[in-house]
Design a protein around this ligand. Structure first.
Ligand code: 5GP
Ligand code: ZN
Length: 136
């Protein structure tokens, strides 16, 4: 993907503040951090989103998220940690190269990742369970 900014960053064509790098991934600091230490896991290969990434790479990315969360928590002294991954414009995705947000959390920080809980009706529950199971 010659016009993808995260392809260029992940592969070192554009410099970035890199926390970690291996053959498959680069972990960089987000340029618009939600909190101190907000970082992104970028695969070096291009996948648009979670629907496109293969199972093995997705599993490796989550293993890396765990490793980074442990190291970053020790380094930054945060008191919690969100792992966030957006797919599609409606879900807040703005860069269409798969990435995982690593968001250190601090008491009384101003990060907003909450929603107003709705209600799960019996009808909705039954329909959702039936329809999703059909697709698996
Ligand atoms: P999304 O909204 O797609 O889940 O997240 C995209 C993230 O990438 C945002 O948090 C944004 O701040 C970050 N971002 C966008 N462009 C760049 C860039 O050129 N460099 C870095 N380090 N982060 C970027
Ligand atoms: Zn890309």
């Amino acid at each position: 993907m010659s016009d993808c900014i995260f392809c260029k960053i992940a592969n070192g064509e554009i410099p970035s503040a890199t926390l970690y790098e291996d053959e498959q991934f680069r972990v960089i600091l987000d340029l618009g951090p939600a909190s101190k230490g907000h970082a992104l896991i970028l695969p070096k290969a291009h996948y648009g989103n979670l629907y496109e990434i293969d199972e093995e790479t997705a599993a490796s990315a989550m293993k890396l998220a765990r490793k980074m969360a442990i190291a970053m928590t020790k380094a930054l002294g945060c008191s919690g940690f969100n792992v966030v991954q957006n797919n599609g414009t409606s879900a807040g995705q703005t860069v269409f190269h798969f990435h995982i947000h690593l968001i250190p959390r601090y008491d009384n920080d101003n990060v907003g990742l909450s929603w107003k809980p709705g209600e799960l009706t019996d009808e909705a529950r039954d329909e959702i369970v039936t329809e999703v199971k059909k697709q698996l």
